[in-house]
Design a protein around this ligand. Structure first.
Ligand code: FES
Ligand code: FE2
Length: 334
């Protein structure tokens, strides 16, 4: 189940090109993303209120989204502005209002609000300090639930096994800690793995508070960042398509004075390597059952799994908090 009442990064901004509606499934819904004459992005349910045709098969006409079936025209707020068969002069009944989803663009992503509409929305959950970094993106769709994909990103003990030929080559099988915090809907993890020299692994509580930035950060509901070096980060946004399916948006971030063309080349090479690592993860993550990760499903955690346990517990807490808020406001309603 998706955590309600938050912004999800669901697409890259550049995927929604002017003049061409894009129909994709995200957040368990068929959605149409399109830009009006001013380039303003709008996200509507991809189903015409008239006779249920997919609006994404239509076209943009004078800044409006025109349904391919009978030519009804919708504005960026989902309001039908024209029913051609009734004539230009006719009033458009309000039933022809298409469902509209709150959206915004930030950090090169399209964000969609999943939950009850609000008067004011919180900022999108993103990472500080990336402003002067250049980045290159690649993406990979998985028939894997976003929960399992995120668990995999927070798993600090699988590297020497799943990635034995890539990032786990150094044989650091022993997991000290990891020191893990949860604050402001952000999980931070300091990874201190090492080769097993016969000493027991340090428990998370035995580690002193770290004096350096975290190795991993995860911002609920779906953005993860790995700090490889001060000037080099990997970001993975896990966009939910529907239960059991997600898209990994993988980005390499560099802070460099190299010329832009060279940065793009390095970014592409970095992403090529990232996709290889992701393919290694896919084999094991796809094999997990049940398909949706949760607490109390008969799995047994070890101390190294602490970030995963923190993720699952906080996801549950956020879902419960949203449900009780919804119940409260239902009670208050006249
Ligand atoms: S189904 Fe869209 S205009 Fe008729
Ligand atoms: Fe992995």
């Amino acid at each position: 189940m998706l955590i309600p009442d938050c912004w999800y990064a669901v697409l890259e901004s550049r995927e929604v090109i002017a003049g061409k509606p894009l129909g994709v499934r995200r957040l368990g819904e068929d959605l149409v993303f399109w830009r009006d004459g001013q380039g303003r992005l709008s996200v509507l349910k991809d189903r015409c209120p008239h006779r249920s045709s997919q609006l994404s098969l239509g076209k943009i006409v004078a800044g409006r989204l025109q349904c391919p079936f009978h030519g009804f025209e919708y504005d960026g707020d989902g309001a039908c502005q024209l029913i051609p068969a009734n004539g230009r002069a006719a009033h458009v009944p309000r039933v022809f209002q298409c469902r509209v989803y709150p959206t915004q663009e930030a950090h090169g992503f399209v964000w969609v609000w999943h939950g009850r509409p609000r008067d004011e929305y919180p900022p999108v959950p993103w990472f500080g300090g990336l402003e002067d970094f250049a980045h290159a993106t690649t993406s990979k769709e998985w028939d894997v639930d976003m929960s399992r994909a995120i668990e995999g990103l927070l798993d600090v003990s699988h590297l020497p096994f799943v990635h034995a030929r890539t990032i786990g080559r150094n044989g650091r099988t022993l997991v000290n800690g990891p020191y893990t915090t949860l604050e402001d809907d952000t999980i931070r993890v300091w990874v201190t793995n090492q080769p097993d020299e016969g000493l027991p692994a340090a428990r998370p509580t035995q580690l002193p508070p770290p004096d350096k930035p975290p190795s991993l950060e995860f911002r609920f509901p779906n953005a993860w960042m790995l700090r490889i070096a001060d000037r080099f980060r990997i970001v993975n946004v896990v966009a939910p398509v529907e239960e059991g399916r997600c898209v990994n948006y993988l980005r390499s971030y560099f802070k460099t004075s190299l010329p832009a063309a060279l940065v793009r080349l390095v970014g592409r090479l970095g992403n090529f390597y990232n996709l290889r690592i992701l393919a290694e993860d896919y084999v094991v993550i796809r094999s997990q059952s049940p398909r949706v990760g949760d607490l109390d499903i008969g799995e047994h955690f070890i101390p190294a799994d602490r970030p995963i346990a923190v993720y699952l517990q906080h996801r549950r807490d956020l879902i419960e908090a949203a449900a009780s808020l919804a119940a409260e406001s239902a009670n208050e309603a006249p």
